[in-house]
Design a protein around this ligand. Sequence first.
Ligand code: IPE
Ligand code: IPE
Ligand code: MG
Length: 246
Amino acid sequence: MFFGRKKRLETIDMNNLPVHIGVIMDGNGRWAKKRGLPRSAGHQAGADTLKKIVTECNNMGIKYITVYAFSTENWKRPKEEVNFLMNLLLSYLRDSEKTLAKENVVIRAIGGREELSEEIRAQIKKTEEFTKNNTGIVMNIALNYGSREELVRAAKKIAERTKCGEIQVDDITEDMISAELYTGGQLDPDLIIRTSNELRLSNFLMWQSAYSELYFTKTLWPDFSVRDLHNAILEYQSRNRRYGGV
Ligand code: IPE
Ligand code: IPE
Ligand code: MG
């Protein structure tokens, strides 16, 4: 046995799992293009991959997963694609009540709600309500999410509190800013995975990722498998997290 020769032969240390994983699910369009299919087929396949990965994370005992589904910049895409993505998200949320919710998953959406259709806003409320008493993994779906928008929103809230005299400017702390983010009350991501060989954050959890371990893979999101997830966790477990210390 060439034990340890290949990553996948190593075993995951269940006592050192990332508590919170962030995922930038990228490469759906390229996956479809490679197959001569429309981009929408890639998004559909990506949604199926997401279900598998969330189920596995939940089974492993990971506490939080934040998945980037639609960025504040993705509105720039052709109307047709935006509509397809919105409908896909809507049916994903609806289906979740039969699938992920039964697996004890808590589903939440993070990002600006105002720009979303009334139908999606209502479905988000319904799904959040339906799953809020579950005790398994918390899945944050980043939908119309952008870190810069999130920080502006937090700054405005804190400015309001300062203006009305509730707090003084000098009282503002890092914890106060963290609390005003969509992820307020949750731990920062330990590991951020990005698929499709793009080496950037694209406005995803920029405040929260200050000390996240970053994992980039060439695999396109629809092809991302449970084994790929395990490899990302193994890589994470081989990192030395120093947080600026020694
Ligand atoms: C990620 O796949 C899904 C979203 C951004 C909504 P892309 O659609 O960005 O796929 P590529 O990057 O064009 O291959
Ligand atoms: C990031 O992917 C957003 C999501 C995965 C939802 P993009 O495909 O939008 O990012 P860029 O444009 O390559 O940076
Ligand atoms: Mg992309």
